[in-house]
Structure formats: structure tokens, C-alpha cells
Design a protein around this ligand. Structure first.
Ligand code: IMP
Length: 214
């Protein structure tokens, strides 16, 4: 099965290629650049799911192949879900992690409720005529935590130094990659997506058997 990953981010592509080749046998994975879509896809949705679908649809329409995209970010309860889909560019363009973190701390000044969650949605669009075609397949993962008053740790990226995960007694920026992967929104999103994808495969097999009266 041929799959396009709707991203120009080489780290994401490498990670998803590895995961997909383990969970889907005989998969051939292509990046956007490899199928010739070099333009940036505008992410103008208002939810993570909308943005993931926008990217997956654009890649599917361009390539005619099954296409997968993800979108992720941080939602903070006391800020009505901000920074949300604006997580990367919260403090404006170009994306600057330190400025984003400073803005987050400023907006939370004097607020007692520091609860937050990272969210990751993965969407797959399969055009008519391709195996498993049908409604988009979607999986979402969450990781709940709290926003600290000061950054801690040097690993990771984005809001990691401010994101406290109480069960481990650490911020995301104080965890090893293995620790973070085990509990992160991205790991949970991939698992939810793989479950939904495998469900589609099982449904297709069922339809096939029914066609032969079995
Ligand atoms: P993307 O959609 O996966 O590129 O992520 C959008 C933005 O959300 C990133 O630029 C970060 O600011 C934030 N973000 C997403 N996942 C994480 C994470 O695991 N740690 C810290 N920040 C994250």
C-alpha cells in the first residue's frame, strides 16, 4: 500500500515512516516532496482535527494516494484552550519557542488554575479507487499536565520546559525521549490512529467475506 505523509518536517516523516512500516505490512511511504508537492499547505482550521484533515486532503488530492497528516499543540484550561491551533505561532511569526513560553507565562499571571493538555490528532484521507477508501480515519491522543511558573529542563522543544507531568515528577524537558514517547500525546495519537486504521482493515475484510456469502 502506498501512503503519503503530508509534512515537510523531516523529523516527523522519519518517525512516522518507522511507526507505519511496523504497524502496516507492505507499506511504501512517501513524503510530500517525493510526490512533488513542494508548496506549504495553509493550516487555517480552527481545531487540530480540521488542520490535520486540511493537510491530508491536500496531499490526497495532489497525489491520488492515501495521505496522512498530524496536527498538535497545547491547550490551557484557564485560557479557554489557548494557544491551541496557534501553538507554534502564539507569539507571532516566525515561530519562536522562547517567546511563546514567555507569552504563556504572562497570560497566566495571577491565575490559579494551571491545568493544561497536549493534544495530537492524526488524520488519514483515502481517495476513491484506493484500497480502504471511505470516510477519513482519525485518531486523537492527549496528555494532561500543568503549566509551571518557571521553565525546567533542556530537552525537547516547544512548551516542554513549562509542561509538568506529575506522575513522573518532571517536565517534558526533563524526560528522556523514551520517557516522553511512552506517555506523550503523540504516542497516544499514533496508537488511537493505528487502532482506527486496523478497524478499517477488519471492516473491509468483513465486507469481502460477506460478498462471497461467508
Ligand atoms: P505541530 O503541529 O506538531 O508542528 O506542533 C505545533 C506546535 O505545538 C509546536 O510548534 C509546539 O509549540 C507545540 N507542541 C506540539 N507538540 C509538542 C510537544 O511535544 N512538546 C512541546 N510543544 C509541542
Amino acid at each position: 500500500m502506498k501512503i503519503v505523509l503530508a509534512s515537510h518536517n523531516q523529523n516527523k516523516i522519519r518517525e512516522l515512516k518507522r511507526i507505519l512500516s511496523v504497524s502496516i505490512p507492505e507499506v511504501e511511504v512517501f513524503s510530500l516532496d517525493e510526490v512533488g508537492l513542494t508548496d506549504e499547505i495553509e493550516e487555517n482550521g480552527t481545531t487540530f482535527e480540521e488542520n490535520a484533515l486540511i493537510k491530508a486532503r491536500a496531499a490526497a488530492e495532489f497525489s491520488g494516494l492515501c495521505s496522512i497528516a498530524d496536527d498538535s499543540g497545547l491547550i490551557v484550561n484557564a485560557l479557554n484552550g489557548e494557544p491551541g491551533v496557534y501553538s507554534a505561532r502564539y507569539a507571532g511569526e516566525p515561530c519562536d519557542d522562547q517567546k511563546n513560553n514567555e507569552k504563556l507565562l504572562k497570560n497566566l499571571e495571577g491565575i490559579g488554575d494551571r491545568s493544561a493538555a497536549f493534544v495530537c490528532t492524526i488524520a488519514c484521507v483515502i481517495p476513491e479507487g484506493q484500497p480502504l477508501a471511505g470516510d477519513p480515519i482519525i485518531g486523537t491522543g492527549y496528555c494532561p499536565g500543568e503549566i509551571l511558573f518557571n521553565p525546567r529542563g533542556n530537552a525537547g522543544f516547544g512548551y516542554d520546559p513549562l509542561f509538568w507531568f506529575d506522575p513522573f515528577g518532571k517536565t517534558f524537558a526533563e524526560m528522556s525521549a523514551e520517557e516522553k514517547n511512552a506517555i506523550s500525546h503523540r504516542g497516544a495519537g499514533v496508537k488511537a490512529f493505528a487502532d482506527a486504521f486496523n478497524k478499517r482493515i477488519a471492516e473491509e475484510k468483513e465486507k469481502l467475506w460477506k460478498r462471497y456469502g461467508l
